[in-house]
Design a protein around this ligand. Sequence first.
Ligand code: NOJ
Length: 558
Amino acid sequence: MASEPPPSLRTGSWFRSVVFYEIPVRSFFDSNGDGIGDLPGVTAKLDYLGRLGVGAIWLLPFYVSPWRDEGYDISDHYAIHPKLGTVDDFDRLVEEAHRRGIRVLGDYVANHVSTDHPWFQEARRDRSSPYRAWFLWSDTGTEFSRVRVIFRDEETSNWSWDEVAGQYYFHRFFASQADLNYDAPAVRAEMIRYARFWLGRGLDGFRCDAVPYLFKREGTRSQSLPEVHQFFREVRAMMDREFPGTVLVAEANQSVPETIPYFGEGREFQMVMHFPLMPNLFLALGEEDPRRIVHVLRATLPAPGGTSWAYFLRNHDEVTGEHLSEDEREMMLWLYGRDPRAVLNHGLRRRLAPMLDGDDDRVEMMTALLLGLPGAPYLYYGDEIGMGDRLDLPDRDGVRTPMQWSEGPTAGFSTASPDRLVRPIVSDPRFAPSVRSVAGEEGRDGSLLERVRALLSVRNERAETFSSPLYDALELPGSPVFGFVRPGPAEHILCLYNLSRSEVEVQARLPAWSAPHPTELLGHERRLTVTEGALRGRLPPYGFAWVGFPRVPDPPPP
Ligand code: NOJ
């Protein structure tokens, strides 16, 4: 039975105070020994996630699908893929997560369906079927010529010929994913029904896939059209009415000016994934110069009333280079993509730790940066233990290998034989399970996992300050240190990150609130001193500090 979440989990702007964790279900934990991760496998690992300090999980598509695109090619929106479990398993996962205070987001894939879907199958066979109008057809495949091809390594056109239909059909992504026709009212109604179905089974919200592309208009790029905003306002209104406290997260991989409207003045998405920031974080680190981060944040903060940016370092796709200039993209590939196999579409198919040369100090610092920003941080499974990737696997599979729970040939992911696993385990000796695993790192002093856990624990303890939308950049001219203050109701937190490989001296004037008695929140040995409104100290290579200043009480009114 679907369960009601405890009311405490749905109150206020909960999404601004928790740390999110992304899970490709197939790669997380296999509970039944068939070599494929499943929903009971996620349930079995909720205690681990709770210990890590995660407050919400985002499950990649778990619906019935031929899996030509990791489940983003759905062939039945209302059923769980049999390899991943049953609806009862889903209900149990949601219930157990809620019992531990962990919220659960699903993935809402609205732009397209698998060409195996019965809707498409019927549409292609029968021109008189009502489903024919659910898709976009053409006799020439020349319409919408201004629409860019996204998976340009695989597809050369957004139109593919279908023998059975005797026409071309439109697809934004792989040819195996036919775009739905949102001008058909029945499509819009069905997609709202699909959202309602899973929210009714207890989901706390959705990460919405490929948001900008739902509507197509001749002569335009068919991205972020007003109709797209209107549709998601309807979804949101339904959610506010029927499932208060649930949230929508936009995957709108667009430029800054095109991304901001997805907040819809508080009436569309509560969170919008910050795609333009992500590659800039890596560039700033490589260039040892924080200015580009400061610029992007200046252009995008604050998120409008009550909403929040969703930040991430890595996810299940490539590090996108789409929002970079040609020069910047070249720089990113030079810094992080020297192995040509790492380059895919417009970006890099790499995990966090290999991008940072397996250097725990850099991984920890970048994670601390993510957690310090004003917005919702999203961790990618396995990055907390410094998992690696496999460049020998096709497409983005190399960043979706089985989670490494322990040593051994299947990394504790499954009891199946290694050749039956959904994907092979990472074999690079720097990142293999013998050196990178939960069992090997949990409880071990100084391990990456323990360092990440400590960061989450401080962020959770100080959620009141970290969830505030306030952020003041610190002026540190010419310094490789990125610094800002998070003003909170009871304290201000100063966050400093040394993006360089050298020890640096930090000196800054502090604003009037810089009360005495600051505390280094992470228990690092004292690196910074504060005297008479000035800050002075040293940060080690790739070092960082979070310093809490209790708020000075306001003077009594005269
Ligand atoms: C974005 C998803 O993140 C990606 O993995 C997928 O291939 C496309 N959308 C198409 O659904």
